[in-house]
Design a protein around this ligand. Sequence first.
Ligand code: IMP
Ligand code: MG
Length: 179
Amino acid sequence: MKKEVQLHDRHFELFLDAEAIQAKVKALAEQIRKDYDGKPLVLLCVLSGAFRFAADLARYLNDRTEIGFIKVQSYEGMMSSGLVREQLAATVSLSGKHVLLVEDIVDTGTTIRFLVEKIYQKAPASLKIATLLLKPDALKHPVQTDYVGFEIPNHFVVGYGLDYEEQGRCLNDLYVLKA
Ligand code: IMP
Ligand code: MG
């Protein structure tokens, strides 16, 4: 694992290594399995950042789990724009299903709030939220988070699916912007 990486013009340093991330994802998946107790589930992955977290969670879930994708955009560079746009509607039917929305990170909460509203319009049987990362100090809206991997300080992070201007998603570890 690298101690530092450069993406575009910015330098990042190691924050959480792949081993810690994988251990946490496995623990979350075990909790999810227990909570849903064999019920069929739709894992709804928020593209693009959550693709790795969703794939790793999926390894541990039951055979009847469905995988869907939804894509929104709110971030520009390193800032939340405050506006959310849907770029891809949910790729699977959600009506009457137990939906687990899978996010990479909840920052201001704007994206999750928007998504939760959208998904409830589809009348799911239930809706829960799993996010790998949560920045409690950045939250601007009260949001529902049922499964949280790590609470982190209000700093910009990349890796394990999260990007800076589309770079960094392939890194297996998480890195934080250097001061
Ligand atoms: P929110 O709408 O402010 O909660 O932001 C959520 C979205 O912004 C996430 O789904 C990410 O795509 C992106 N985001 C927020 N914080 C970070 C970060 O530290 N690194 C990379 N992307 C981030
Ligand atoms: Mg995202």
